[in-house]
Write a protein that binds this ligand. Structure first.
Ligand code: HEC
Length: 126
């Protein structure tokens, strides 16, 4: 047994198993902590959203959510320019709320009132 060449492998194997076992125990301990911190994150997000809806700035929102497709100054990129649109405010409101083609819907992200402000902002782009 002393000179059995397999012994070091068995030792490494046992060590590996032990490590996996230890790490999963550690993970189980952390689970509650992680769940708790996720909860915290969620409530923080909620307060952020609430703050955002209090003073919704259409320009800031557009810079965050629209420029990736409509281009840096919303003058066109992957999606068409939003400057000098001939569409009515109702039409623009509807497109933002429900989407159109490859344009995503924002109706579940912002309120009707905020979409209204955003539509006004887009109509102000000449
Ligand atoms: C994932 C890419 C994408 C994002 C993000 C996006 N759009 Fe669009 N948007 C499009 C595409 C593509 C079209 C053209 C839709 C079509 O096929 O008619 C479009 C069309 C529009 C139109 C109609 C333009 C016209 O000529 O009548 C408006 C208005 C509009 N988008 C506003 C917005 C606003 C406001 C945002 C941000 C809140 C936004 N879009 C975010 C892709 C996007």
């Amino acid at each position: 047994m002393k000179n059995n060449p397999v012994v070091p492998y068995i030792l490494i194997f046992a060590l590996g198993l032990g490590l996996i076992f230890f790490m999963s125990l550690y993970g189980i301990e952390q689970k509650d902590e992680i769940a708790a911190s996720n909860e915290e994150g969620k409530t923080e997000e909620k307060t952020d959203d609430a703050a955002a809806s209090e003073d919704f700035d259409p320009e800031t929102f557009a810079q965050g959510q629209c420029v990736s497709c409509h281009g840096g100054d919303l003058s066109g990129g992957f999606a068409p320019s939003l400057h000098g649109l001939s569409a009515s405010k109702d039409e623009i409101h509807d497109i933002i709320k429900n989407g159109q083609g490859a344009m995503p819907a924002f109706g579940d992200k912002i309120s009707d009132e905020q979409i209204d402000q955003l539509s006004d902002y887009i109509l102000s782009l000449k």
